[in-house]
Design a protein around this ligand. Structure first.
Ligand SMILES: [Zn+2]
Length: 502
């Protein structure tokens, strides 16, 4: 087959980074006509070359209704080549390593993806981006990868009576929003709609939330914990990184999307009995984990979602939510019932598209990711755990981190060797499958799965004096026999929800 090698060589680049270049900034000037579903934008982008090159490579979706043209900084047209979802802008000559190249893009038409004209659930128009995970390229030719963070400036104007919200701050209130901390393209967000506003007290970084007018009464019931959460998060992990905070109700494809400083929330978030508070806590935690310190490779997404899925319920529990233990019970059940629990590790490198980590592999990325942190906390104790995570945040923010960096900080803070722990839980599918038999004065523990796990097994029983006794047993072999003192009764496995097992 003639085509096969070409396809194989080109496809992985669809979701990879381009290490020969570094995106520095994108300045977007955008106008739209909602009724005509028409966008016109000019984008000035700056790239630094990390090796000599005669082209800039961008992710970009080709569509007949979306016109994309490039010019250099003097207004000269630049040729482009398209192949397999990539767009190469030919610079006309080779530039040296270290050179900064400025490109101007003219965009016009109806964007094929990433930027949408939709009708909200009460019939109002909503114009909004929804970039996660790899949809910024649907309208903006860019390096669409979490490892390449850049500054963004967006000028956008909306019709009378509409509100506009975007990443960064609109300092002069002239419609130009600028980010102060670099963002990956997936975290860039802007939207315009005739929302109502709901202020939330307690912190002057909060700006009034953007909520459909008809949903304001119920939204008010959920939007009241952010000041408390801000002080808990800053007190525990370190300073909030972003210029502002608010949530924005849009027809997003996600339940919530943690755009830095302006979280998108799904339309029906406030309909449920808990008014979406659990999701709001999860998204708020992302401002620290996922955003201020993010990941540079898709298979490391647990560094974002695992953290939000653990500290979200932890934060929620401090403002009237269910105890963390109950949340962990629920996430264990959910993960055990998923297909990916036995077939893929958390850090799964054979994925086809980044969305896999948030779709078919979501129980690994979210629930098992949360369990890794929960068990790490049990392994090293509260003090080393929280001190380590604070240190990790301090050392890596703002920017991206790797699991190896995280593991190293946690080893230092606990004084324990933990490579086996991270390898076992992150790079191996499954969990211990246990067969536990209780005898009169001993307990026999067998691991039934193929690869042996190492873990602390919490057991509880009533002893000869009629008292409840709980102990952790170090398990690292196929079979153990643990002697217990005296007659035992009413044995319980993992009474406090501390182990991921089957
Ligand atoms: Zn999340």
């Amino acid at each position: 087959m003639f085509l096969a090698p070409l396809v194989l060589a080109a496809l992985p680049q669809l979701y990879s980074s381009f290490p020969e270049q570094d995106a520095l900034s994108y300045i977007v000037d955008l106008d739209f006509d909602f009724d005509a579903q028409y966008v016109e934008a000019s984008v000035e982008m700056r790239f630094q070359l990390l090796s000599p090159a005669d082209r800039i490579v961008l992710h970009s979706i080709e569509d007949e209704k979306w016109e994309v043209q490039f010019q250099d900084s003097s207004g000269l047209s630049l040729e482009t080549e398209r192949r397999q979802g990539l767009l190469q802008v030919l610079l006309g000559k080779e530039f040296a390593k270290g050179a900064v190249v400025e490109l101007h893009a003219k965009l016009a038409g109806t964007p094929p993806d990433g930027l949408y004209f939709e009708e909200g659930r009460h019939g109002d128009p909503v114009f909004f981006t929804d970039h996660f995970s790899s949809r910024a390229r649907g309208w903006l030719p860019c390096e669409d990868h979490p490892s390449d963070r850049a500054k963004f400036s967006i000028r956008i104007q909306a019709p009378e009576g509409w509100e506009v919200i975007a990443s960064g701050l609109d300092e002069d209130e002239n419609g130009t929003w600028e980010t102060q901390t670099d963002l990956p393209t997936y975290m860039l967000a802007f939207a315009a709609a005739p929302w109502g506003r709901i202020p939330e007290k307690g912190d002057d970084r909060f700006i009034p939330h953007f909520i459909y007018k008809k949903d304001k009464p119920r939204a008010r019931l959920g939007l009241k914990h952010h000041a408390q959460w801000m002080s808990v998060m800053e007190g525990t992990f370190g300073p909030y990184e972003w210029e502002k905070y608010c949530v924005v109700q849009v027809p997003t494809r996600w339940g919530g999307m943690e755009n830095a400083g302006n979280t998108w929330i799904m339309e029906r978030l406030f309909d449920g009995r808990d008014r979406g508070v659990g999701t709001l806590a999860h998204e708020f935690v992302h401002m620290w984990f996922g955003n201020a310190v993010g990941y540079g490779e898709w298979h490391e997404a647990w560094l974002s979602e695992g953290f939000a899925s653990y500290f979200g319920p932890w934060l929620h529990a401090q403002s009237g939510g269910a105890p963390l233990q109950r949340a962990m019970e629920g996430s264990r059940r959910r993960w055990l019932g998923s297909r990916c629990s036995e077939t893929r590790p958390i850090r799964w490198e054979e994925f086809e598209a980044p969305d896999d980590f948030f779709g078919s592999s979501a129980p690994n990325t979210y629930q098992k990711g949360a369990w890794v942190l929960h068990m790490l906390r049990g392994e090293i104790g509260d003090e080393a755990f929280f001190e380590g995570i604070r240190k990790y945040y301090e050392e890596t923010t703002p920017g991206i981190a790797t699991t190896d960096q995280f593991a190293e900080v946690m080893e230092k803070s606990s004084g324990k060797e933990l490579k086996w722990f991270f390898e076992q839980w992150l790079d191996r599918p499954g969990c211990p499958q246990l067969d536990i038999r209780w005898n009169a004065d001993s307990v026999v523990v067998k691991q039934l799965q193929e690869d042996i796990f190492r873990f602390r097994l919490p057991l509880q029983w009533t002893n000869g004096e009629g008292e409840r006794e709980k102990k952790f047993f170090e398990v690292s072999q196929r079979e153990h026999v643990f002697q217990l003192k005296g007659e035992i009764s009413a044995p319980t496995i993992d009474p406090d929800v501390e182990l991921l097992f089957r």
